[in-house]
Design a protein around this ligand. Structure first.
Ligand SMILES: Cc1cc2nc3c(=O)[nH]c(=O)nc-3n(C[C@H](O)[C@H](O)[C@H](O)COP(=O)(O)OP(=O)(O)OC[C@H]3O[C@@H](n4cnc5c(N)ncnc54)[C@H](O)[C@@H]3O)c2cc1C
Length: 638
């Protein structure tokens, strides 16, 4: 294992780094590629893209997912769009501007070289998807159309109505299935990675639980790629699907992969508000709605009038008031905090007073109902289905909700973790977004990681691996790891306590939301760590999991995923406690300007925190961020 963090950023001008890297990277001849096996865990945009491309290149690929079909990966839920610096609108966009917007949007807490590469590869990615048949929205004349997302002043977001993720995933899925039919990828649905097998310091395989039979299985490979998505379900209530979890990366972390910036979580400003304690999920209303919708609360506290009875002069369009140049398109962290500020100050609306209005009245007057229907029709339909309310006639009620993890496994420029041979792509790595991700940059990151970057960088490792013999699943380390997994599952099943898994998850969610979400402070974080440690003890003595291991047992799945979330929750709070500054989504109440904006401490905190697991404790390593091409400035959207 590497003792120091080496980001492996190539030399040269920023616009030449990726090209220089590719020129110098090792190649593997096609005959040899066939002899190399690669495991991909995850079949979302990043996993399906990686598996299909690696297979196309000639590697022997195994791909795993816990859903019953690869195409149910959570990428399918993405609504709003995918960014690319194509400058189709001739509104001043460029690769450099997109790079700058992304770096600034992340409050200068990401690596310059990675962020530039993200912007650089965005334009060819759109061409790639068009070739695959993605039905992006088009103008009447046939050219692709764009809209805006938060934190930028150009229109660079490509979209397919409010179903962009679904259309992109269908494209990736067809590529994956083409390779499955060609017998170059073996697909394992309903298969959950339970642990990583590390042999002589290198990732060499995984232990998998067959979710239908409960049987543990062993798979060996020359390299393992994790593409397992985000972990915001640690808050329980989030915009993610119920099954999303952090277990694969947490297990890898416990085997030696450093965890970077775990506390950087994005709280999305436009979800549907929570309506009851029993609720287990929140629904996202896409950020694209902020292109035309205006956000407001009544100027009067506890106003009980229906919105149409509140005259214009008694409405507070607080984003437009506080951030005149970006208005309703202020970045997510800022928009969420501003909503929280109004709600906490007593201006919230709805039954639980936990929401603000998102209003389309002016947009409908200006563009007409048909245009608004055309742009957002499926989102309005979804809103009606869930709430029974026609948002064409009365404003939507929206509220902030946990949505995206900027943190994840630490990776270098090649997307390799600190365990040689273990890669992390897509949302499960920390890579490009710093302390706050700009809307529509995540589908982009997942796609370029999987399709373009990893297939180019993995050769550099595998070119040497071909010389060493691949261990078989009979190796003692497979035996040991499987044994550990079995012990873990047995222990959970043997507790037979009095509380459900959901009970513990609800408690964890409350602590995390209260102390480690939109705003944090030292006292609260310390309290949270103590509370979560106690919750951990309670879980391991009082949880009741019904059924047994050798069957389909969703209660057991929830339990072992929650056990990891509890440990991850502690690390998130430790990370938030250690960072004594505010940046992006990480808002420490002690560090704010007199206007209530984030106060960064560049001198002391211009680094990526990368945590090493040490027997239940965590040791901090720092990757110092070098800003060679952009000078960090105070982030202002006013
Ligand atoms: C509601 C919603 C809307 C969004 N809208 C947008 C948007 O408009 N634009 C944008 O850019 N981003 C959006 N995002 C974010 C974006 O969708 C995700 O960040 C991105 O799709 C993640 O892709 P991924 O490949 O990393 O992971 P996912 O698509 O989440 O895939 C994870 C895969 O890993 C598998 N997996 C996980 N753990 C295991 C395990 N232990 N064993 C086996 N398999 C495992 C799963 O089965 C799945 O196949 C949205 C997110 C949400 C929640």
């Amino acid at each position: 294992m590497k003792s120091q963090l080496d980001p492996k950023v190539p030399v040269g001008p920023i616009e030449k780094k990726w090209q220089n890297y590719q020129l110098k990277s090792q190649l593997i001849n096609p005959a040899n590629k066939k002899k190399l096996n690669v495991i991909v865990v995850g079949s979302g945009l990043s996993g399906a893209g990686a598996a299909a491309t690696l297979a196309e290149l000639g590697y022997d690929v195994k791909c795993f997912c816990y859903q019953d079909s690869a195409r149910r990966a959570h990428s399918v839920a993405a609504q709003g769009g995918i960014n690319a610096a194509k400058n189709y609108q001739h509104d001043g966009d460029s690769v450099y501007r997109m790079f700058y917007d992304t770096l600034k949007g992340g409050d200068f807490r990401s690596r310059e070289a990675n962020t530039y590469r993200l912007a650089e590869l965005s334009a060819p990615l759109i061409d790639h998807f068009v070739q695959q048949g993605v039905p992006f929205a088009r103008e009447y004349g046939g050219t692709l159309v764009n809209r805006s997302f938060g934190g930028v002043q150009v229109q660079r977001t490509f979209y397919a109505r409010g179903q962009t993720g679904q259309q992109l995933l269908l494209a990736a899925y067809s590529q994956l299935y083409k390779m499955i039919h060609a017998k170059k990828v073996t697909m394992y649905p309903r298969s959950e990675m339970m642990d990583l097998v590390v042999i002589d310091g290198k990732a060499k395989g995984i232990i998998v639980r067959n979710l239908v039979t409960g049987k543990l299985e062993r798979y060996a490979a020359d390299a393992v790629i994790l593409a397992t998505g985000g972990y915001s379900r640690v808050f329980r209530l989030s915009t993610l699907a119920i099954g999303c979890n952090g277990s694969a990366i947490w297990k890898a972390h416990k085997k030696g992969a450093f965890f970077a910036a775990p506390s950087f979580t994005q709280i999305h400003p436009t979800a549907l508000p929570q309506s009851s304690e029993a609720q287990s999920k929140l629904t996202l209303m896409s950020e694209s709605l902020r292109n035309d919708g205006r956000i407001w609360v009544p100027k009067q506290k506890n106003d009980t009038r229906v919105p149409k009875d509140i005259p214009e002069e008694e409405r507070d369009y607080y984003l437009e008031r506080r951030y005149p140049s970006f208005g309703n398109l202020a970045p997510r962290d800022i928009a969420s905090r501003a909503a929280k500020e109004r709600i906490d100050a007593g201006y919230g609306i709805g039954r639980l007073k936990n929401a603000v209005y998102l209003d389309f009245k002016h947009a409908i007057e200006k563009f007409g109902l048909d245009i608004i229907k055309d742009r957002y029709g499926n989102l309005f339909n979804m809103y009606k289905k869930i709430t029974g309310i026609d948002a064409y006639k009365t404003p939507m009620l929206i509220s902030p909700a946990a949505h995206f993890s900027m943190g994840g496994l630490w990776v270098d420029y090649e997307l390799m973790t600190t365990i040689p041979g273990l890669y992390a792509v897509g949302e499960c790595n920390f890579s490009d977004h710093g302390a706050n991700r700009l809307g529509a940059n995540s589908l982009l990151q997942a796609s370029v990681d999987g399709y373009f970057i990893l297939p180019n960088t993995i050769n550099n490792y595998l070119a040497d691996e071909i010389k060493s013999e691949q261990p078989t699943t009979e190796h003692q380390e497979f035996e040991n790891t499987e044994h550990e997994v079995q012990k873990h599952v047995d222990k959970i099943l043997s507790i037979n306590g009095t509380q459900t898994v959901d009970h513990f998850h609800r408690e964890l969610g409350k602590i995390m939301w209260q102390e480690c979400a939109m705003s944090r402070n030292k006292k609260g974080l310390k309290k949270a760590i103590t509370q979560i440690k106690q919750l951990n003890k309670d879980f391991w003595t009082d949880v009741k999991v019904t059924g047994n291991q050798n069957e389909m047992n969703t209660e057991l799945e929830k339990a072992y995923r929650l056990a990891d979330f509890i440990e991850l929750g502690i690390l998130m709070c430790e990370d938030a406690l250690e960072r004594e500054e505010s940046c992006g989504a990480h808002f420490r109440e002690e560090y704010q300007t007199k206007d209530g904006e984030a106060l960064r401490m560049d001198e002391d905190y211009s680094y990526v925190s990368a945590w090493e697991y040490q027997d239940g404790d965590f040791k901090l390593h720092k990757e110092q961020l070098e800003f060679e091409f952009v000078q960090p400035t105070v982030r202002s959207y006013k």
